[in-house]
Design a protein around this ligand. Structure first.
Ligand code: R5P
Length: 296
């Protein structure tokens, strides 16, 4: 089956890297907004498999535009429409924490599963729903690990005595994978969240950080509260320096400035969400997954 790749203008850098890794051209999805705020998308005709790529930070309008683009690709002759969304939004609200709340993961998952034949994403935040297939019923669901990409991006900048710390129990899978790839000692902290920005961490073995470089590894950087708390903890324990790497950075400029002021350097992220610290290319691991699952 022939394949083509289509991307919105806000996601072109990552999409072009993926297109190059797959040996495909990259078509831009034309997008305009009507005076009333509604969106209009236009796509190139695409027989065979159409891969639609979009970074999905700030997702509300983007999700609607994705659904429009998927339908337009099918109308244009696509036999199979594959979504590549390196960051999959709304995965954290996986239950009603307070009665009456929407279970956003289930709602958004059903919407995407209905529109796409396959969804490929990187390190989805699936803590109480371990299988992405459950979130995307009836759809081919591929969760790619960023660990090989993060390890490759970090390989030349970590000293052998670096202590790698996952800031909470949920971070263990990717923190362990990066620590294993780089041959680093791993500790995992225990996190309590009191609110969107209120985070406290406990690390009984924090003394292991004394005099050593520390590398924090997590899937998401959102408000930065988790990395700030981890940095305070290891600095109090005598860490020589603190660096951090995350799969996806959703933080704005103010929060990134607070992390820099706290002394986290370097601070790196995968390029699935464009931004100033998104320097680690996820295209190689995504391309490998697309080939492995015969989606391109
Ligand atoms: C939580 O379980 C995630 O793995 C991240 O630790 C969290 O989303 C980071 O959020 P923030 O930067 O707001 O602390």
């Amino acid at each position: 089956m022939t394949a083509s790749l289509h991307a919105f203008a806000d996601s072109l850098d990552g999409a072009r890297r993926l297109a190059a890794a797959l040996g495909l051209g990259c078509h831009t999805v034309a997008l305009r907004h009507f005076p009333d705020g509604e969106s209009l998308v236009r796509v190139e005709p695409a027989p065979g498999t159409a891969i639609l790529y979009r970074a999905l930070a700030d997702p509300n309008a983007r999700l609607v535009e994705l659904l429009l683009a998927a339908a337009a690709l099918r109308d244009g002759g696509a036999e199979r429409v594959v979504l590549v969304a390196p960051y999959l939004p709304y995965m954290r609200q996986d239950r009603a924490f307070v009665p009456g709340e929407a279970v956003s993961q289930r709602v958004v998952g059903a919407l995407l599963a209905d529109a796409f034949d396959a969804v490929v994403t990187v390190d989805p935040h699936l803590h109480r729903t371990p299988d992405l297939g459950q979130v995307l019923p009836g759809c081919t669901a591929v969760a790619v690990s960023a660990a090989p990409a993060l390890a490759a991006g970090l390989a030349n900048m970590v000293a052998p005595d670096t202590l790698l710390i996952g800031p909470d129990a949920e971070s263990r899978p990717w923190a362990a994978a990066v620590a294993g790839a780089l041959g680093l000692e791993l500790l995992v902290a225990d996190k309590q969240r009191g609110g969107d920005r209120a985070v406290t961490l406990a690390l009984p073995d924090a003394g292991r950080a004394r005099g050593r470089p520390v590398l924090l590894v997590d899937d998401l950087l959102s408000s930065g509260g988790t990395l700030l708390a981890a940095t305070a903890l290891v600095k109090a324990a005598g860490a020589r320096s603190v660096a951090a790497a995350v799969t996806h950075c959703l933080a704005g400029a103010g929060d990134l400035a607070r992390l820099a002021d706290a002394g986290i350097a370097p601070l790196l992220a995968g390029d699935g969400v464009p931004g100033p610290i998104a320097t680690i290319a996820l295209a190689p691991v995504i391309a490998q997954a697309l080939r492995q699952h015969r989606l391109c």
